[in-house]
Design a protein around this ligand. Structure first.
Ligand code: SF4
Length: 341
């Protein structure tokens, strides 16, 4: 049975046992209870130059400041080749809002990656947040910009960069990034273009419980309307080196939020736990309703804010196995609407 925001607020006070039981009722509707899937992936941070100035970010430099970079095509290829050597096949491109990079830069980059790797490597081209920025700068509608990316060989634009999707949160921490209304309008255009997308959430700033619940409500509504969300991934804010600062939330709070999200998002198939920000502790979230995870080999954005990456992938996979799960590799799929004819 679907729960309301009021019921979710009450459930947040429940015991861990109750949350686990309810979360697994929903998980079991979609998945084998003792099976988890995973991917080996790498975020390629193609530029750190950004004008958005989010106060929770330790990654960016402003244009003309020292230390700014844009990766060359060869540097991007070398990073993908290294990922393949690690056994991975998923790249997430994620960078700053760099005003010197026009839409054509992205289309050329993504077309060259598709040409070189075909379907052997899948890539999440951008986050919705970057997509909003570059469509606006190109003075294109979201539908027109989405079509340009799709025609350049892009299959996925992920829901990254969403943190907490309330207008108040955006105004407090990221007022130049996007509005929530723009975010969902852009994500809708991605879905309508035939590409696929995902939902994400970051917790542990200063957001209230009501703000977290509003984020889940908006996500569930979007999925009801479009069916375009493949998965929901939640990770935790890393405060080190950021202007906002703060402290990390506890692993237990993270797991409980995974459980509540699993219960609330009854229309999203996959709920993913974050090895990038929770390390070994991420796997315990499988007991709280998560069914899938990434093993990332790089993400400069979170690493700059304190995330630690463990490259002993077999050692990591041994942990969910010890918890009683079989783990299976999951390849990123090409969306059905973009299947070759
Ligand atoms: S989080 Fe992204 S958009 Fe915000 S300042 Fe950092 S790089 Fe820029």
């Amino acid at each position: 049975m679907r729960i309301s925001v009021d019921e979710a607020r009450e459930l947040w006070e429940a015991s861990d046992e109750e949350l686990i039981r309810r979360a697994n009722e929903v998980r079991d509707r979609f998945h084998d209870p003792k099976r988890a899937t995973y991917m080996v992936m790498r975020i390629i941070n193609y530029t750190n130059v950004c004008v958005a100035q989010c106060d929770y970010c330790a990654f960016y430099v402003l244009p003309n400041q020292q230390g700014g970079y844009v990766l060359s095509r060869d540097e991007v290829f070398a990073k993908i080749d290294e990922l393949v050597e690690f056994g991975g096949d998923l790249v997430g491109f994620n960078g700053g809002f760099n005003p010197r990079l026009p839409l054509d830069y992205y289309c050329d980059l993504f077309a060259s990656v598709r040409e070189r790797y075909g379907d052997r490597v899948e890539f999440y081209a951008l986050t919705i947040a970057e997509f909003v920025f570059l469509a606006d700068r190109a003075r294109l509608s979201y539908a027109e910009a989405a079509a340009r990316l799709r025609d350049a060989g892009v299959h996925w634009v992920t829901g990254g960069g969403s943190e907490i999707l309330t207008e108040d949160f955006r105004a407090r921490h990221a007022k130049w990034k996007y509005t929530v209304a723009d975010y969902f309008a852009a994500q809708r255009a991605i879905v309508e273009s035939g590409m696929r997308t995902t939902a994400t959430m970051v917790i542990g700033f200063d957001e209230t419980l009501d703000e977290r619940l509003e984020h889940l409500q908006r996500t569930r509504d979007f999925q009801d309307e479009t069916g375009g969300l493949f998965s929901f991934l939640c990770w935790t804010y890393k405060p080190y080196g950021t202007a906002f600062g703060g402290r990390e939330i506890s692993p237990q709070e993270y797991r409980r939020w995974i459980a509540l999200s699993r219960i609330f998002l009854d229309n999203v198939k996959h709920v993913r736990t974050s090895v990038l920000t929770q390390n070994e502790g991420a796997f315990r979230a499988l007991d709280y309703g998560a069914d899938d995870f990434d093993l990332p080999i790089e993400d400069e954005v979170t690493q700059k804010a304190g995330a630690r990456i463990d490259l002993d992938l077999e050692g990591l996979l041994a942990i969910p196995r010890r918890l009683g799960y079989t783990v299976e590799y999951r390849r990123a799929e090409r969306p059905a609407a973009l299947a070759p004819s």
